[in-house]
Design a protein around this ligand. Structure first.
Ligand code: ATP
Ligand code: MG
Length: 347
């Protein structure tokens, strides 16, 4: 279990440890989202710290979304959270758009963050592609909303995959600048929590690319709703090299596809890469891939089945999210009010 420590923003000041994270309801959930994020959310829920987990629907619209698809993806993401073990009695589960304090604080942060900071964000460069002029303003300002998502709860710990570390760094810069500019010690400086063997799950087709919901190739990712045959087939066809597995992690250097499959095995089995290689070192992929497929099916199938069951009663999902939003607002409301007070808004 992650040991959670208090993170003073300045020596002598302590914030109550609190966890926030979110996932975009765009497309289906992938194995990358599961190992890099959701599985970690469940671990942190067990730590006894207050946990807030969000469907970040307002982030989703930074790229075009069909309204009905977005609604469905939001409920399916909530079903994924619940099926993987998040418990509404222990964690606040809600949609970002149901807690207006996120966007209210984001406006304040639009006025704290600098254009130069946001111009350096690799996610913006990747997602905007060559035609930056045509990207939405929202895609550019996205990290400010993400900072607000976190800081509106005074969250101190943010479980995320590797790819989000740069955005957490920006969140820290925003909190630091706000505190400095207004001479306060109001926002904590949050820590990214990226731990375990699978903080960056790679595409099954190309070991140099992140596994992503938005990759056009369906064979590049395992979806949490894939059935057993589909999971086995995708693992069987995953790109590898001709060599047998090494007995030590150093033997995976320069072998990105082999490393990825071992990392996935370790993530699913809650083992270290060294422990996995101690067991499977020397085996050919023709032997290892069926072992990995069996493990993946045993871990993911029960979650997929539970997601399907939950999706039959979307009214129940909506009720859980409304309740979660109410909870969240009792924390976010006073923090936003205090922010407004600090910056000089007449209340
Ligand atoms: P998109 O490609 O549309 O950005 P995504 O799969 O990256 O989708 P996000 O909603 O952006 O999903 O990310 C949700 C969480 O999942 C984040 O914490 C992110 O770091 C994590 N995550 C996403 N992909 C991976 C991956 N391949 N490996 C590990 N963690 C991942
Ligand atoms: Mg992403």
């Amino acid at each position: 279990m992650t040991e959670v420590v208090q993170t003073p923003s300045q020596p002598g000041t302590q914030f109550v440890p609190r966890v926030f994270s979110g996932i975009q309801p765009t497309g289906g959930l992938t194995l990358g989202n599961y190992l890099g994020a959701i599985k970690r959310f469940v671990d942190m829920q067990a730590s006894g710290i207050e946990t807030f987990y969000c469907m970040v629907d307002l982030h989703a619209i930074t790229t075009p979304q069909k309204p009905d698809d977005l609604r469905r993806a939001t409920r399916e993401l909530a079903a994924g959270y619940l099926a993987a073990g998040l418990d509404p009695a222990k964690s606040s589960l809600f949609n970002q758009s149901q807690v207006p304090e996120h966007t209210q604080l984001a406006w304040v942060f639009n006025c704290v963050a600098r254009m130069g900071w946001l111009s350096r964000m690799t996610q913006f460069k990747d997602k905007a592609g060559k035609n930056r002029e045509a990207a939405s303003v929202g895609l550019f300002a996205y990290p400010n909303l993400m900072a607000a998502d976190i800081l509106v709860y005074h969250a101190t710990h943010v479980p995320v995959g590797e790819d989000q570390k740069q955005h957490i760094e920006l969140t820290r810069d925003i909190a630091t600048k706000f505190n400095h500019d207004y001479g306060v010690d109001f926002f904590p400086i949050p820590e990214p929590v990226t731990e375990g063997a699978a903080t960056r799950v790679m595409s099954l087709r190309d070991g140099s690319k992140k596994m992503s919901k938005s990759d056009p190739s369906a064979a590049s990712r395992i979806n949490m709703t894939d059935d057993s045959d589909m999971i086995s087939q995708k693992i069987r066809k995953a790109k590898t090299d001709p060599d047998a597995l090494p007995s030590e992690a150093s033997g995976l250097n320069e072998r990105p596809e082999a490393r990825n499959l071992v990392n996935i095995y370790a993530g699913l089995a809650d083992m270290t890469v060294d422990d996995v290689l101690a067991d499977v070192g020397g085996k050919e992929f023709s032997v290892f891939k069926p072992m990995l497929a069996e493990l993946a099916v045993s871990k993911l199938s029960p979650i997929a089945a539970e997601m399907a069951r939950l999706m039959q009663d979307t009214a129940e999902i909506d009720k859980i999210l409304r309740q979660g939003a109410q909870n969240a607002r009792t924390v976010a409301g006073p923090i936003l009010e205090k922010t407004y007070d600090i910056i000089g808004m007449v209340r």
